[in-house]
Design a protein. Sequence first.
Length: 177
Amino acid sequence: MKIFPTLSTPRLTLRQFQQDDLESVYYGLSDPRVIKYYGVNYDSLIATQEQIDWFKLIEVKEEGIWWAICDRQKPTFFGAVGFNNWNKTHRRIEMGYWLLPQYWNKGIMKEAGEAACNYAFNTMSVHRIEAFVESENQNSKKLLTQLSFSYEGLMKDSEIKDNQFISLEIYAKLNAY
């Protein structure tokens, strides 16, 4: 098994998820503010174990990689950033992320997102990173713009959430090299 890459930025450490992160992941993925536009949510710690297991599974199967975003100086957990649906043939991957609400609007996700994108381009040989965003999610669209993603279009009524059709916008970033 390959050694999981730990990434560092001036303020952050992006590291492998650990079993000790279960409660923090549950806290985030059960918070109505976080899951309002996120496709995954849990109603118990036991159910959240599925997410921890999924992080490990996609890594082992080489289908993606997700990092726990933490403070570089202390063990504070902020959220998650990563990639899944890795298509090696076409050198494309899908990006996702979430952050605990108390850390919103502090530039944390931009810093973590830049590190993750650089890793995808420079180490995973990805040419294209895609992100699918619910049309109503203004904060996520703003982040993707800050990360130099380009808006590519609207997928009208492309998913069902809470028994309602929702539209998704697709953003992408290409490796410039």
